[in-house]
Design a protein around this ligand. Structure first.
Ligand SMILES: Cc1cc2nc3c(=O)[nH]c(=O)nc-3n(C[C@H](O)[C@H](O)[C@H](O)COP(=O)(O)OP(=O)(O)OC[C@H]3O[C@@H](n4cnc5c(N)ncnc54)[C@H](O)[C@@H]3O)c2cc1C
Length: 374
């Protein structure tokens, strides 16, 4: 295939596509807004599933490198009641299909697998326009432009490429996460460390709220506090005053076990507000020559543990489709989109019940979800 592929966005989805294209000898350039690979900490752990994310890694020929970054024991899972009582405690027996890795390390494996210069850092796309006949012009923040006959929007939630295909824009889902980090937990945050255990912990409650935490690499606990409140409610909290913001959020968990509220109040960096936005489930578009989307740009949903896995799987599937149709880009894009639209609904619906934490049976639902495959 001679068509040079232009990818916007060096997230996990865009980089997986770039790598699979490279494996098949297809020329590719990735334009990324961030100034460098280290411009932003790629925080967070991801469990990479054997039914999507791992298949993408296999297509990228990076399974060995992937195994090298898996954090042993992190598939352990606990569910706690607000008073700290342990409702479920699953150990990691090494047989689970969802090994955990640090997002930054996974991204680095993909970056290292590409020829130097494939990713052009510091290229923030400001607009794209059709030149006709499947060609597009991409304009960057510095005013420079590039023309392409195959454009892939892998630029996440607020994609600049999406408007070429669809009028849809993400909407606030009525829920926000507040992220906190506790460091050196074995020495400095022992009670919280014991509550979280060796892998992940969820403490759901009525009213669409809860606390989820992961034991990350080393002795770090990364927590997502979930609150179902309108954006105005969060706007009234001054997140530039870390301790005051943490105290205000902790008020919502009044009466909870101190080892759980410590995950909010004892953070070692100021709490970070993450409002959650989504596209409508089943978002799709009519075929437009020379352009497509993958990952969050195509099907942003409230976190259900599938988003990064889906983005990588999209990237691999698109790469394979392009390799299979070297002389017919439109046939490749049609094949990719025809499979991707229903797949995004299927994977996007996984765990939908986990977002329905507004019943008093929130913990029961979670326990069922985590034990039904035993
Ligand atoms: C709080 C939270 C927790 C999550 N937890 C999980 C989890 O446990 N497991 C899981 O599978 N998923 C999880 N997700 C979802 C997951 O993070 C996303 O679905 C995934 O990152 C999507 O990958 P992507 O490559 O499509 O987009 P992104 O990772 O968003 O990458 C897009 C890239 O495009 C770049 N970009 C954006 N705009 C431009 C522009 N204008 N010009 C150039 N470049 C641009 C960005 O800088 C970025 O590098 C979580 C999401 C959130 C919010």
């Amino acid at each position: 295939m001679n068509t040079h592929v232009t990818i916007i966005g060096a997230g996990l989805g865009g980089l997986t596509l770039a790598r699979v294209l490279h494996v098949h000898g297809i020329p590719v350039t990735v334009y990324e807004a961030e100034a460098s690979p280290t411009a932003r900490t790629q925080g967070g752990m991801l469990d990479i599933h054997d039914y999507n994310g791992q298949l993408a890694i296999e297509a990228a020929g990076l399974m060995e490198e992937f195994r090298g970054i898996v954090l042993q024991g992190r598939q352990a899972m606990r569910i706690l009641a607000p008073d700290g009582a342990v409702l479920l405690d699953k150990t990691d027996d090494g047989a689970g299909g969802r090994p955990e890795v640090q997002r930054g390390e996974l991204r680095q494996i993909l970056l290292d697998s590409l020829p130097a210069g494939t990713v052009r850092w510091g290229h923030k796309v400001t607009s794209v326009r059709s030149l006709g006949q499947g060609r597009h012009e991409v304009t960057f923040a510095d005013g420079s432009t590039v023309g392409t006959s195959l454009l892939v929007g892998a630029d996440g939630a607020w994609s600049r490429v999406r408007p070429l295909l669809s009028d849809a824009t993400p909407e606030y889902v009525g829920m926000s996460y507040i992220e906190t980090y506790l460091f050196d937990v074995e020495t400095r945050h022992r009670a919280a460390a014991e509550a979280v255990g060796g892998g992940s912990m969820a403490a759901p409650a009525a009213g669409g709220k809860g606390i989820q935490a992961h034991r990350e690499k080393g002795e770090t606990i990364h927590t997502y506090v979930v609150l179902s409140e309108p954006q105005e409610w969060f706007a009234a909290i001054d997140f530039t005053d870390g301790p005051a913001a943490a105290a205000r959020i902790a008020q919502e968990f009044d009466g909870w076990a101190p080892e759980l509220t410590a995950l909010i109040t004892d953070g070692d960096v100021p709490p970070i507000l993450r409002p959650i936005f989504a596209l409508p489930l089943g978002h799709k578009w009519d075929r437009v020559p020379g352009v497509t989307l993958l990952g969050d740009a195509a099907h942003l949903l409230a976190p259900n543990g599938e988003g990064a896995n889906m983005a990588m799987y999209d990237g691999a599937e698109l790469g394979k489709a392009l390799a299979a149709h070297p002389d017919d880009v439109e046939a490749a894009l049609t094949e990719y989109e025809t499979a991707m639209f229903p797949r995004s609904v299927e994977f996007g619906s996984i765990g939908a019940e986990l977002h329905e934490l507004d019943g008093d049976n929130a913990a029961e639902g979670l326990i069922k979800a985590f034990t039904e495959n035993d």
